[in-house]
Structures are given as structure tokens and as C-alpha cells.
Design a protein around this ligand. Structure first.
Ligand code: CA
Ligand code: CA
Length: 364
């Protein structure tokens, strides 16, 4: 085969790949890149073991640390009254994601973190325990290309086939969110990122909490509104105001950041929903405790916890990289998934609890 023919074939392959990466809300678009950032599927057996590591954590000590910083928002939780709500939707945007059907779910009362877990909070955890995240152990994590320095980009030869704007970056982890030459200075009130499901579960366990179930997360997102797209209703920009950190402009080349942020925003940014929770959609994706499945029955369930096992965990809410033309998943019913050892620069979490941890209860 001569060189011009090979060149033609190469161009054709690149065009096909690019088409696979665009998003027109068809079912083919299911692999939009949100769920392509997986390390592999061999590590499932490690999931439970690691979350036991911090069972003996000194909660009083942690409470003292939080209080001495006079940081009222650290680990602040809100009581959420249980009851019946409608989970999922009968008007799915991504049918293959299992957004439907809508079904009645009954939940008992629970508590939810008001904010996504911040770098400041995660640093307290790391300093108290010496915990190493999986991105640190593996030595890399996925970062969105345009957030890297030219120096870092120049040293990278791989990309994610389904989403070439994601690059595996050596030395990227929660302390270096945008490559090894970046840090969290000035971003301590931003959500921690590059945390795997295992990392998130370990943090919540240490804090005397747990990850929310998908049902709890979605109930908290909807905040008492039924059948709405967003935590406040169906209009993305009520009165022209931004209420969520997502992508404005042309994805993936032009982020106009009309909401004020090209990447993460402080966890306290943007108005809370009716339950008092911030950034349930947008900013960073949030891990839930459920294993991933896409076939749901319309049966009325009580405190569902998802299937007993699987290969991926459910994440909810979308991130600062979501746009309606691409990964339109900043909706309460939307969902995506990754393997529990995966991490990326737009994936974080918040914790829930069945009972308020003692150290967070009002001091007598
Ligand atoms: Ca934004
Ligand atoms: Ca979020």
C-alpha cells in the first residue's frame, strides 16, 4: 500500500473516531467520555477491604480540628426528611443509561453533606490518617486537556479513544489536579477531585458517614420537586442567572465560562436547592454507593441500595465539563458510571449519614 492511501485511511479513521465522540443524545452517544475513564475492571475485589481501614478513627479529634479552624461549613450536614418520591424519568435523554422508567421510592430520614467534599476537608483526612489515594498509588489520573500546561501536554502521548480530550497524566492527583506542575493553593474550598470510589468511601467511613445511595442522592437533588430536570425546576437559567457550574460555548474547544468558571468552582458557590444543598448538579460528578445497572422496574421500592454487585459504581450530577450538546447529564435523573478505582479531574463526592455523627451534634 502506498503512502497516500495509508494517509487517506488514517484521516478516515480519525473522522470516524471524532464522530463517535460527538453527542447528539442518541443512544450511541452513551460513551460520551464521562464513563470512559476507567482504570480497568480487575480491582473489584479490593473495594470492601479498603473501606474498613479507618473504622477506629477518633471522631472527637476530628471535630476539634474542624472547630479550631472555625470552619462552620466543614462537614456540615442537613437533615433530610424521608418519604415517597419519584426516581428516574419516563422522558429519558439517554435511554441506555437507565434513566427510566420513573418509579416510586420510599426513603427513611437521612443526613446529607451540604457541599461537595472540599480539598480542605480531604487534606484533614489525609493529614490525620496518612491516606494515599488510588491516583497516587497508580501514579496517574485523567485530566481534561485544556487545563494542562503546555509542558505537561508535551510529555503525553496517549488519549482516551472515546474522548480524546481526556489525557492520562502522570503525577496528577488530588494535590495536583491539573498535572504535576499544578497544586491546590487557592483552591482549598474547591471540591476534591481525582478521588476514586474507594477513596471516597474511605473518607466517608473516616468521617463517621457513608456514601449516599443513588436514591438518596437523587431525592436530595430533586429537593421536593417532582419530575423536574434540575434541582430548582426545568429552566436552566431562571431569570438569566447561572445556578450551576457547567460548560458554556462549543465543546470541547471553546469554554466561555459565562458562569464564572472554566474548571471547578468553590463548593459554596451558586444558590442552594430547597433542601439547602449546593452544587448537586454540575461542578463535579459525585460517587454514590450503588453498583451500576441500567434495567429498572417500575416497582415501588423501599430504601433501594442497587444491585448486590457489579463492575462499576454509579455517579450522579454531571460536572463543569457538561454541555447540553455533550454529556447532558446535569439533570437529577441522569447517571453515569466508572470502575471503583477510577479517578478524574471532574469526579468528586459528598457523604451521607443515617444518623448524625456524634462529633457533628451540637455541643452540650
Ligand atoms: Ca463553567
Ligand atoms: Ca456536583
Amino acid at each position: 500500500m502506498d503512502v497516500p492511501v495509508l494517509y487517506f485511511i488514517l484521516i478516515l479513521v480519525l473522522i470516524v473516531r471524532q464522530n463517535n465522540c460527538t453527542n447528539d443524545k442518541s443512544e450511541e452517544q452513551e460513551s460520551c467520555g464521562c464513563n470512559a475513564l476507567n482504570r480497568g475492571r480487575e480491582s473489584d475485589a479490593t473495594v470492601c477491604a479498603q473501606t474498613e481501614t479507618y473504622a477506629n478513627f477518633d471522631h472527637d479529634k476530628y471535630g476539634a480540628v474542624a472547630n479550631s479552624n472555625n470552619n462552620n461549613r466543614t462537614n456540615k450536614m442537613i437533615f433530610i426528611k424521608g418519604g415517597v418520591f419519584t426516581m428516574g424519568t419516563d422522558k429519558p435523554v439517554f435511554v441506555a443509561d437507565g434513566e427510566g422508567p420513573s418509579r416510586k421510592v420510599t426513603l427513611t430520614d437521612y443526613f446529607m453533606d451540604v457541599f461537595e467534599v472540599s480539598n480542605a476537608e480531604f487534606e484533614i483526612f489525609v493529614n490525620s490518617t496518612g491516606y494515599k489515594t488510588e491516583a497516587e498509588k497508580f501514579g496517574d489520573s485523567f485530566v481534561f486537556e485544556t487545563l494542562l500546561s503546555e509542558e505537561t501536554k508535551a510529555g503525553i502521548t496517549q488519549a482516551v479513544a472515546a474522548a480524546p480530550w481526556w489525557l492520562p497524566v502522570k503525577g496528577s492527583n488530588w494535590k495536583h489536579p491539573y498535572g504535576p506542575d499544578s497544586n491546590v493553593k487557592g483552591r482549598m474550598d474547591h471540591p476534591v477531585v481525582h478521588v476514586s470510589w474507594n477513596d471516597a468511601a474511605a473518607y466517608c467511613k473516616w468521617a463517621g458517614k457513608r456514601l449516599p445511595t443513588e436514591a438518596e442522592w437523587e431525592h436530595a437533588c430533586r429537593a421536593g420537586l417532582s419530575g423536574r430536570l434540575f434541582p430548582w425546576g426545568n429552566k436552566l437559567l431562571p431569570r438569566g442567572k447561572h445556578r450551576v457550574n457547567i460548560w458554556q460555548g462549543q465543546f470541547p474547544s471553546d469554554n466561555t465560562a459565562e458562569d464564572g468558571y472554566t474548571a471547578t468552582a468553590p463548593v459554596t458557590q451558586f444558590p442552594a436547592n430547597a433542601y439547602g444543598l449546593h452544587n448537586m448538579i454540575g461542578n463535579v460528578w459525585e460517587w454514590t454507593s450503588d453498583w451500576w445497572e441500567t434495567k429498572h422496574k417500575a416497582t415501588h421500592l423501599h430504601n433501594p441500595v442497587g444491585p448486590p454487585g457489579g463492575s462499576d459504581k454509579v455517579k450522579k450530577g454531571g460536572s463543569y465539563l457538561c454541555h447540553e450538546s455533550y454529556c447532558y447529564r446535569y439533570r437529577c435523573a441522569a447517571r453515569s458510571q466508572n470502575t471503583p478505582d477510577s479517578s478524574a479531574g471532574n469526579l468528586g463526592f459528598r457523604c451521607a449519614a443515617t444518623t448524625l455523627p456524634e462529633y457533628l451534634q451540637p455541643r452540650r
